[in-house]
Design a binder for this molecule. Sequence first.
Ligand code: UDP
Ligand code: MN
Length: 226
Amino acid sequence: LAFVTLVTTDSYCMGATVVARSLRRHGTTRRIVVMVTPNVSEHSRFTLENMFDEVITVDVMDSKDRLHLSLLGRPELGITFTKIHCWTLTQYSKCVFLDADTLVSPLNIQQHILAAGCRMSPESMICDICHLLSGGDQGLLNSFFNSWPVADISKHLPFVYNLSASSLYSYLPAFQQFGHNAKIVHFVGAVKPWSSHRDDSSSPTMEGFVSLWWREYLSHTTSSAP
Ligand code: UDP
Ligand code: MN
């Protein structure tokens, strides 16, 4: 089993850094792998090589679905089709794909996320069934695995494994009930923790997770600075 993420642009390299560090903090014994596209700079690649067990170069795949992506307001997401290369990593018995904008929560440090990871089939990558036919990877995965929403419910991951920090922004009660159980926090949406100012948040929930993200990001960067 391997944990896999994807970086197709330099800016998401910061996100991938946090994915790797937060997984290591949980003491995982599994391989941590990043797929990168050839356009990613030498510098970013070097940074990733220092943090991941394996850096695998993959071709860009683009849905070129301008219509649906413009409806989503996220024209940049066509290239998320590149994620599909995860199915070619057949050297691993199972792959758990994590977006580069996720944080394995430090709040549940004693609870190992591998318990869920081990049961996962490749279809378990689809834990985000709300992005139907979006022109991004979720739309593709949802149409290919179209029985997923109604198929064997025991294979579905509980939503605390894909807790959307941005939807909590508009749903405070859900955060109060489930926020402390967050296992993996997902910074869905155009504004990522690394693209916003550290204190620039109007929501106490977002702010909490964004500052946890920054703490993880800076946990080694500062110590390695001259
Ligand atoms: N991604 C990337 N560069 C980009 C856009 C996306 O590397 O410019 C990768 C990255 O792994 C990211 C994933 O594709 O986490 C999905 O995109 P994103 O997380 O932005 O979508 P959202 O979760 O906001 O729907
Ligand atoms: Mn994401």
